[in-house]
Design a binder for this molecule. Structure first.
Ligand code: PMP
Length: 378
């Protein structure tokens, strides 16, 4: 069925692909001709076994995960992960230490949460103005150089955010960092907003996590990809439900998992697989983001200050040079069906989140609107 939909530029929950919505509309009444709604399916049933196995195996194959890694479906969202990670990881080495790179809003939040569990330190950050190629770059618009990133002796892990959803800073040279750090530390990556949007080097990490509501379904489930040898080291204060060991042993069914959310994740992953997988998404996300950045850069009416080497392909914050026009811009955009374009409350301005499910037509519609708006108000 063709769906009449607005273009949803929300940072999450964000657009789901049309075929996924169509499938949900069938399965919500009768899943797989069983006479049972997918919303009623019991997590210990053979039906859920099918749903779960499908989601897991699509994810494994899309990410080309080696058998060294397991996939855990957990709850608590990205922010829950900020506590789950230290509780499971900081005690690996006796010193109870972890290191962080701060690159924007989400990594700062992760760091603050981790501080509750041990000796946690910021070893590199971009929270100040820096000069690159004779230009001054504002805080949170660039990423620290790999050479400056060294972990402390005895640190259990180094955590960073590979795509700052709010600030629009994306960092993907994971192995560059992995090669640089102390061998007793592993990498932990918050890939909430760019997992599945491009090829990422998961094999050089210890843990990667992502809340699902951006590129992998709806809110309610968080994906953890964990190197198996790191499991079983949780602090004694870690609630059983957040201990990787329990979730691993019980195949993400230690308690009632978010059945519906895992089902939607499975549908999204299947859609990804049927539509060319990560390679195709990477190509399309590059194309969409280049169109938008090229347009923004072609005029002084719109501004994006992120250093070109770390501009996010999926979250593009921008400002109007005349900030007073921001509310009018948003109102008129909504009248045309361009929704959720307001920047995060911490940053202001505007933001276009153009994840996997946003078609190029949506990006073109936005650019055409931006051009018209500038003609009128510029
Ligand atoms: N990390 C990143 C990079 C995010 O974008 C978000 C959510 N926007 C979070 C963590 C927090 O996720 P949640 O709202 O699911 O707790």
């Amino acid at each position: 069925m063709d769906l009449a939909r607005f273009w949803n530029f929300s940072a999450g929950p964000s657009m789901l692909p049309d075929p996924v919505l169509n499938q949900i509309s069938i399965d919500i009444l009768d899943w797989n001709s069983t006479g049972i709604s997918v919303a009623d399916i019991n997590h210990r049933s053979k039906h859920f076994e099918i749903i779960y196995n499908e989601a897991e195996s699509y994810l494994r194959s899309l990410l080309e995960l080696s058998s060294d890694y397991c996939i855990l479906f957990m709850q608590g969202g990205g922010q829950g992960a900020n506590a789950i990670v230290p509780m499971n990881m900081i005690g690996r080495n006796r010193a109870n230490k972890a290191d962080f790179i701060i690159s924007g809003y989400w990594s700062s939040k992760s760091y603050l949460e981790a501080c509750r569990y041990g000796d946690v330190s910021v070893i590199a950050d971009n929270s100040y103005i820096t000069k690159i190629d004779d230009h001054d770059y504002d805080p949170y618009t660039w990423f620290p150089a790999n050479e400056s990133i060294k972990t402390r002796y005895g640190s259990s892990y180094l955590q960073f955010c590979s795509n700052e959803t709010i600030n629009g800073v994306e960092f993907v040279d994971w192995s560059g960092i992995a090669n640089n750090i102390n061998s007793d530390a592993v990498l932990v990556v918050d890939a909430s907003s760019n997992l599945l949007t491009r090829k990422l080097d998961i094999n050089c990490t210890g843990v990667v996590f992502a809340c699902a509501q951006k590129n992998a379904g709806i809110s309610g489930v968080t994906i953890f990809i964990v190197r198996k040898d790191l499991i079983g080291k949780a602090l004694h204060i870690c609630p059983s439900i957040f201990d990787y060991m329990n979730i691993f042993n019980e195949h993400s069914r230690y308690n009632t998992p978010p059945v519906f959310a895992i089902y939607v994740t499975g549908l999204v992953l299947k859609w990804l697989k049927m539509n060319g997988g990560i390679k195709r998404m990477e190509y399309s996300n590059l194309e969409k983001s280049q169109l938008l950045y090229n347009f923004i850069d072609s005029t002084s009416f719109y501004i994006n200050k992120i250093h070109s080497s770390v501009r996010s392909r999926v979250n593009i914050p921008f400002f109007l040079s005349n900030n007073l026009l921001t509310d009018i811009f948003i109102e008129k955009a909504e009248n045309l069906g361009l929704m959720n374009i307001r920047g995060h409350r911490s940053l202001g301005g505007l933001r276009a989140s153009i994840y996997n499910a946003m078609p190029i037509d949506g990006v073109m519609a936005l650019i055409n609107y931006m051009r018209d708006f500038e003609c009128y108000y510029g």
